[in-house]
Ligand binder design. Structure first.
Ligand code: NFA
Length: 100
């Protein structure tokens, strides 16, 4: 996405804005609620109150928004969540959707 900024009639610069992607957490029957809250606080910088609300939303509705980031950062978040989950023996999964 490109946005032109005009300073006056003569000067003009262009700024490339990155495409943003939504990172969702997906519900499953085995990952503990405490672990999902921990992931939201440590990987997605949520407070305990926000993390608990998102976790309960995922538990009830099947998926919930964890954050919105440029593509490479979104992919890194997914990798961090899923490798930490596997290391702890949980099947927790994420999905990514373009935020358009
Ligand atoms: N459904 C899981 C449970 O009852 C909790 C959970 C919430 C898992 C959000 C994954 C995501 N232990």
């Amino acid at each position: 996405m490109e946005e032109k900024i005009f300073f006056d009639e003569k000067e003009e610069i262009s700024i490339d804005r990155p495409e943003l992607y939504r990172v969702y957490l997906l519900n499953d029957d085995y990952t503990t609620m405490d672990f999902v809250v921990y992931v939201l606080m440590t990987i997605f910088d949520k407070s305990k109150v926000e993390a608990t609300a998102i976790m309960l939303h995922v538990h009830k509705h099947g998926k919930g928004l964890a954050g919105i980031y440029p593509k490479e950062i979104a992919e890194t978040k997914v990798y961090q969540v899923e490798s930490l989950a596997r290391a702890k023996g949980f099947p927790l999964k994420c999905s990514i959707e373009r935020n358009d």
